[in-house]
Design a protein around this ligand. Sequence first.
Ligand code: AMP
Length: 618
Amino acid sequence: MAKVQINMKEGRAVHDENLIVGIDLGTTNSLVAYILDGQPVTVKTNDREEALVPSIISIEEGQVLVGEAAKQRLVSNPGQTVYSVKRLMGKSLNDVLHIQPYFSYDLKRDDPDALVRIRIGENYFTPIELSAEILKQLKSLAENHLKKNVTQAVITVPAYFNDAQRQATRDAGRLAGLDVLRIINEPTAASMAYGLGLQEGSNEIIAVYDLGGGTFDLSILHIQDGVFEVLSTHGDTFLGGDDFDRAIMEYWIDRHGMDKEALLADKSRGQSLRLLAEQSKKHLSLHESFSAVWNEYEFTLTRPEMEKLIDPIIQRTIQSCHQALRDAGLNPGDLSKVIMVGGSTRVPAVTKAVKDLFGDKLYDKLNPDEVVALGAAVQANILSGKDQRFLLIDVTPLSLGIETMGGLMDVIIPRNSKIPSKAGRQYTTSVDGQVNLKISIYQGERELVSHNRKLGEFILRNIPPMPAGLPKIEIQFLINADGILTVRAKELRSGVHSEIEVRSQYGLSEEEMARMLLESVKYARQDMQAKALQEAINEGKSIILATERFILQNEAHLSREETDALREKSKYIDEMIPTGDKDRIIQGIEDLNQYSAPIAHRMLDLNIGQALQGTKAI
Ligand code: AMP
């Protein structure tokens, strides 16, 4: 019988020098933790004896600064300094257009459906590459502290992260030289830090209230026999302690009749006042009043005054809690515990509001900034097989996916997914009138299928002829409890379908598996470059096809000049494709998009051009 399962307890010999760390890759701060004498502890930064590394990257002339050093450059070099990159993970420009003013750095504006790229000087970086820099910093902090190599990690993500965002996080880990054994939800990690779900026979419903600097979410989890299920999650990705700071700042500006616009226009003065507001907020978490002299002003604030200012913000979080409860069909009384996460839960008014809603069952003894990383370390320890209280569940040892246009590997079930497992995605065709479609199934971690292991292939036949980009082909991967993989393909417009059972996964030795994993980390940068080039080529080919079709369909309404210019720009892309110069191909696409956008707006019949974008072609 074909199996893709591996008992990690026996299958993965983890040596002591191969310690697995837990990483909280946060929007504002990141940190790394490990297990010391059975207890999770965080790794402190060398300079500040502080576990938090600001999730900020600054790049100048190829030199990369991460953390506190990069934070220093937020005001002096805003164009080269990138913060909140987590907000961009796995997102297209379209996804983040509405929050673009929030970023002081430049995002690349070409194809709105393509993944976001960040411009720093003359270079473009993906959020994955920038997150990898943060992870590298954490890896090296841990290595210096532990005096051993750190090559394996568990990384946390918000419960609401989708597939693409999770995959991007995995890729960032790989690029940083880390084998990411598992991506786990932040609320699950926080629960594990408190030891929840670790006792046999556990069965309870809990909530995790996470209020950080810039984001808020409440997740409701059902924990049964060590399995964590997210029942609902609700929040606001632009709500947090920063809003408290802003409210305090505006209060002072108002009370002292200061010129708000002039103040905020001066970035360094604005930033300095913001820091003072934050300082007062933190002070008021422990004391009743605050006062300070700032330039010629004397600012004061009492705790009741601040509470009045921030109450509307806190109430927004409470509304989210109500919504999450409704979504899960629960009442506050159904929850046995509420875990507090994020620096802003240190504000007494926040704790009080949460208690008012849920009752006195708050878990807040652990440092709210560290609890997620600590829980990730607990999970890492379990995966390493060192925690004997746990029987490890079966997982997929390598990622499973299909070949898409240009020989790219598209992962459908990531490695280390629990068995049984089910996942699917939609694809389309790249050639007009295609009636048969070959679906090739691969196993492995590399970006090009040629480096992975082929498991099988089958053909989806009798697709009614349609223009490229129109068919909607759903591919589903199902792994049953015995580890047998079934792959199904269905063209949704016509209903034609086909499936295959894959039985040839046997015969991969542990050495082979280890080699495949090692190579995926070793060749990560090279692979991602090859993938980026292939994606640019795919996009270029699609746009050439779409442009020609657009011209044919709208010939009557286009001027000669427009037709010539469209063809010429298309030709440029066509000429650039064989050179393998990714940036030129992208530049050509951008140029053509910019030129054609106003023309396309003029035409009504845009459907086909749009249908080509957004879905990967096989
Ligand atoms: P996080 O994103 O979890 O690191 O949370 C950072 C947020 O927590 C920032 O808005 C901080 O100002 C806030 N914070 C940190 N410490 C305190 C404190 N003692 N009192 C109030 N807010 C705090």
